[in-house]
Design a protein around this ligand. Structure first.
Ligand code: FAD
Length: 351
């Protein structure tokens, strides 16, 4: 285990939990922090009175052998399942065509389930509701500073691993680690408006999900068609990134009006209720400059970076990136090495 005995992971999305799980397995003491009330990050599910809806990641694929092996564990634990929606394509058929052969998976009974399962296996419960605002050098280690009311721990960590979207990692790294901060600085992440729809009765539209290549929408899905979902009928609409970015400050009522109009053009009826959510950092912009090496690790500082944006994006990339960083920390800890910034490549193709 060497010199990085006590490790803090900031971010309890899939990348952070993947990394924490792998480090714990080789004997590190790991503390995970997340600003949200629960774990799973962008693999999230909104729950209300008698309804639920996945409003971030919609499904995931597994292409690499390593992630397929992890997925097999999730399937056997019952926290993931195959989802075989009847897929439609609206608008220009040459953009965003679904691969009919592709196996699509979802968390079960909700998208957060795999992350919760990983978090439950950690020896130290995830510290939720703790937003880390500063990393402060303390000898050879680091102290974490949070918002005053939620100051997390009076503890010095040998290493701090940031499992955050690039802009949020950048905010924490700028002062203590300008070189690592450069990794995140060039990466632009795109926004996405999500609209969750509730109905009093099942809605049969002839498809369960659709790629939309026209107007403001890019994806619509019948959440209730995913395995294990309970509660009232719910559908999810995701807006195009460009459309969303031009309307970041738009009142949710106006966003909902535009997206509901576009859904109606696909045959979608007006819902009994809707809930909007604005994702500021949904995914890495295509063509965005900056690294994509799997993870980054500065053994001299004891600081590392992982997250979907470093490994091809998506759920699989997030998990692989967490594994890659854990390997770096464990390996260099064993060797007692102090060799500057390392980057690791992980191999997979995004869905
Ligand atoms: P995140 O899940 O973002 O985790 C980062 C965590 O850090 C969050 O929990 C956050 O609360 C926490 N955090 C941030 N700042 C701080 C701080 N200062 N202190 C403490 N905690 C902090 N992927 C697919 O594979 N298929 C899809 O269909 C798909 N669709 C998507 C649709 C949308 C709208 C969105 C938003 C994402 C989608 N994705 C999809 C992408 C997928 O959700 C992500 O790739 C993956 O979940 C990223 O995991 P992560 O751990 O890297 O980051």
């Amino acid at each position: 285990m060497g010199s990085f005995q006590n490790v803090a992971v900031i971010g309890a999305g899939l990348a952070g939990l993947s990394c924490a799980t792998a480090l714990q397995a080789v004997g590190h003491r790991v503390s995970v922090f997340d600003k949200s009330r629960g774990v799973a990050g962008r693999m999230s599910t909104r729950r209300g009175d008698g309804w639920q809806c996945d409003h971030g990641a919609q499904y995931f694929t597994a292409r690499s052998a390593a992630f397929r092996a992890e997925l097999a564990r999730w399937l056997s634990a019952g926290v993931a399942a195959v989802w075989a929606p009847r897929l439609a394509v609206f608008g220009a058929a040459d953009q965003h065509r679904p691969d009919a052969e592709l196996l699509r998976y979802v968390g079960a009974p909700q998208m957060t389930a795999p992350a919760r399962w990983l978090a439950d296996a950690l020896l130290e419960p995830v510290n939720t509701g703790v937003q880390i605002e500063r990393l402060v050098r303390a000898g050879a280690g680091w102290r974490l500073q949070g918002a005053a009311a939620a100051a997390p721990v009076d503890q010095v960590f040998d290493a701090v691993l940031l499992a955050l979207p690039a802009p949020q990692a950048l905010a924490l790294l700028q002062e203590p680690a300008p070189e690592l901060a450069q990794w995140a600085a060039g990466v632009r992440m795109r926004a996405a408006w999500a609209l969750m729809l509730n109905y009093g009765a099942p809605q049969e539209l002839g498809f369960d999900a659709g790629f939309v290549n026209q107007g403001p929408l890019r994806w619509v899905a019948r959440n209730s068609s995913k395995p294990g979902r309970s509660g009232a009928e719910s559908w999810l609409l995701h807006a195009q990134a460009e459309w969303s970015e031009l309307r970041l400050a738009m009142p949710p009522e106006q966003v909902a009006e535009a997206l509901l109009r576009a859904f109606a053009a696909l045959g979608g009826p007006p819902p009994a209720a809707w809930f909007a959510h604005r994702w500021l950092y949904a995914d890495r912009a295509p063509g965005s400059v900056g690294p994509a090496g799997g993870c980054a690790w500065d053994a001299g500082l004891g600081l590392g970076l992982c997250g979907d944006w470093l490994a091809g994006g998506k759920v699989e990339g997030a998990w692989l990136s967490g594994q890659a960083l854990a390997q770096q920390v464990a390996l260099l800890g064993l060797l007692g090495a102090n060799t500057g910034i390392k980057k690791t490549a992980v191999g997979h193709n995004p869905p």
